[in-house]
Design a protein around this ligand. Structure first.
Ligand code: B12
Ligand code: SF4
Length: 529
């Protein structure tokens, strides 16, 4: 059989302007059916002409399409086209998992895949390939489809694979020749674990990687398997960076240490850089980890900064984090020459305009390398979404606005229009008031701690700076949107009391006493420090 794997259209806003990430999802499921001819079409990278694309579709028996929430309309458009050209259509990923009916109801979608894709995909392909495995459609767990009467059937959920090493290596040859970049650096993703025990209020990870009879399921790959993937990437692509792409690479500190020790011992860290996503509280509690990340040549860390207001952090289920910890961790990382990409939430329920502006000002003061200001977003399929819907807060039903750039809801304190203006104000005041000069001073200094940036400077300027700035201008974001309140820093910040580091420690002790996070209750975590 011939299968075309499709990553649907680019978004015009948000991170897509500065980051083009490879679809690890598609190359992971493709690895389950190596006997079938495979090609990847990535709308973010490949040139698209409808006529040519349609005639390409004619060559394929099936299409496998991935979709996050904001991409879902593009995914459906492509699926419709594929059906018209006679392909079997299979859709999976976050949105089909979180809101399967929305996808499955369309006539041109044959199979909607919920949750982990590997086993389910193999079973579907065997099923449509002359029913090789001799199963009935109702026995394929994790799919939704329509019966003869067009009624949507949701089969039983797919149990998660307990040993991630059992999955074959992703088919990285499908990415060949495609330029995937993060802020101008050539980057490839490696996934070392799935799931997260933290359950932040706004996050949908817990819904994705979970067996419904268990609260949280966290699974890891073995160190030899991770290193095989690292070397596979290095040997094929020699990228500037490997990005450990799970949402939280440092959940289990002992395990993270082991991975870092192995990387250091192997000396692969002399050949390329690494990056990952982590949490402030973990790095605060484990300062040695920062040292080791540095030794292992990690030069970018993505951190959820979220808010300078403790009331918001608490309500988000980030009780273990304080603004003082954030300040400390950001400084520790940057002192080492590790750049930080921070995520900041605009308009968490309870935050007034003034509080949001204080949050923006705090982000500027932190002097992060890069920041994404995201209006508080409730992804459909999460408890948070249901809660907001019940309160009548959802303002956008069109999923294309769920792109972490446009607000999809309002709060008691802010309308969604006000929230959008605050997002614009955040970007304008962070990026358009001296940021470029500060970064240039650091990154262009051949003797400075950020001199690792020099080798990718051309691409960084083109994608990270020009791409990012033109995205802002195209959205009408200029310094004109900055309010007088934000211009008067002293007045604005006088009632923000950033406690000193000791009180952050005290708070942590207090919290640990209450044992809000009970690691022993989390499946897969036995070695948490
Ligand atoms: C790396 C990453 C990116 C990269 C690369 C994205 C890409 N091309 O894959 C970049 C940085 C570009 C990115 C961008 C965005 N991202 Co992102 N990203 C991730 C991250 C951290 C890892 C994704 C990954 O590679 N996972 C590993 C693979 C193996 O897992 P997977 O993708 O889930 O695929 C499995 C299943 O979902 C399923 N599956 C997936 N697709 C398909 C298709 C078929 C046919 C089948 C059968 C199965 C199947 O099978 C796979 C194997 O089990 C996730 C969080 C996470 N931990 O997953 C967020 C995440 C997916 N991103 C998210 C969001 C919101 C975005 C943005 C909208 C943010 C923004 N505006 O800035 C953009 C949208 C980009 C776009 N073009 O539309 C959300 C999605 C929420 C949602 N409901 O859709 C997540 C979950 C983060 C979060 N915690 O909220 N992202
Ligand atoms: S730590 Fe990250 S992945 Fe985990 S629940 Fe919070 S936002 Fe989601």
């Amino acid at each position: 059989m011939k299968i075309l794997y499709i990553n649907p259209a680019r978004l015009q806003s948000g991170m897509d302007a500065i980051i083009t990430g490879a679809p690890l999802s598609l190359i992971s499921i493709a690895a389950m059916v190596p006997e079938h001819e495979a090609k990847l079409f990535d709308f973010k990278i490949d040139k698209y002409h409808e006529k040519k694309f349609r005639s390409e579709l004619n060559r394929y028996d099936a299409v496998a399409i991935t979709s996050m929430t904001p991409q879902v309309y593009s995914a459906l458009d492509v699926a419709k086209m594929a059906k018209e050209q006679g392909c079997t259509t299979i859709l999976g990923g976050y949105h089909p998992t979180l809101v399967p009916d929305f996808v499955a109801k369309h006539d041109y979608i044959d199979f909607t895949v919920r949750g982990e894709g590997e086993h389910t995909f193999k079973e579907i392909i065997d099923y449509i390939d002359d029913n090789k495995n001799d199963v009935s459609i109702k026995d394929i767990d994790g799919i939704s489809y329509k019966d003869k009467n067009r009624k949507i059937i949701h089969n039983k959920e797919r149990e998660l694979e307990l040993n991630l090493d059992n999955f074959p290596m992703p088919r990285r040859e499908l990415l060949k020749g495609k330029l995937y970049t993060y802020l101008g650096t050539t980057t490839r993703q490696v996934e070392t674990s799935r799931g997260c025990p933290h359950n932040c209020k706004f996050c949908c990870i817990i819904k994705m990687w979970r067996n419904s009879n268990k609260p949280i399921t966290y699974r890891t790959k073995s160190i030899p398997r991770i290193m095989r993937e690292v070397y596979d990437v290095y040997n094929r692509e020699k990228p500037d960076f490997i990005f450990f792409c799970e949402d939280n690479f440092t959940i289990n500190v002992k395990r993270t240490n082991k991975i870092l020790d192995t990387i250091i011992k192997s000396r692969i860290n002399n050949k390329m850089h690494f990056s990952c996503q982590s949490r402030v509280d973990t790095l605060f509690r484990n300062p040695d980890l920062i040292e080791k990340l540095y030794k292992a040549n990690f030069r970018q860390v993505f951190l959820g900064i979220e808010s300078v207001h403790q009331q918001s952090l608490d309500a988000m289920n980030k009780r273990n984090t304080t603004p003082a910890m954030v300040k400390h961790v950001v400084k520790s990382l940057r002192d080492k020459g590790i750049s930080i990409f921070g995520g900041v939430i605009i308009g968490f329920p309870g935050e007034t305009k003034r509080m949001v502006r204080q949050n923006i000002q705090n982000t500027i003061d932190l002097d992060l390398d890069c920041v994404q200001f995201t209006p508080i977003t409730a992804f459909p399929g999460t408890d948070f979404y249901d809660e907001m819907k019940e309160l009548g807060r959802i303002t956008a039903n069109n999923y294309k606005f769920y792109d972490l750039f446009h607000p999809m809801m309002g709060t008691l304190e802010l309308t969604s229009k006000e929230m959008y203006r605050l997002v614009a104000e955040g970007y304008a005041s962070f990026y358009l008031k001296g940021w470029l000069l500060r970064r240039a001073k650091e990154y262009l200094n051949p003797f400075g701690k950020f001199n690792w940036m020099l080798s990718c400077m051309g691409r960084l300027i083109k994608q990270g700076v020009l791409g990012g700035l033109s995205m802002l201008y195209s959205q009408g974001i200029t310094t004109k949107v900055i309010s007088d309140e934000l211009k008067n820093k002293e007045e604005l910040m006088k009632d923000v009391n950033l406690p000193v580091q000791e009180s952050a420690v005290q708070r942590l002790e207090q919290i640990l006493e209450f044992k809000t996070l009970k690691p022993e209750k989390i499946e897969g975590i036995s070695e948490q420090t």
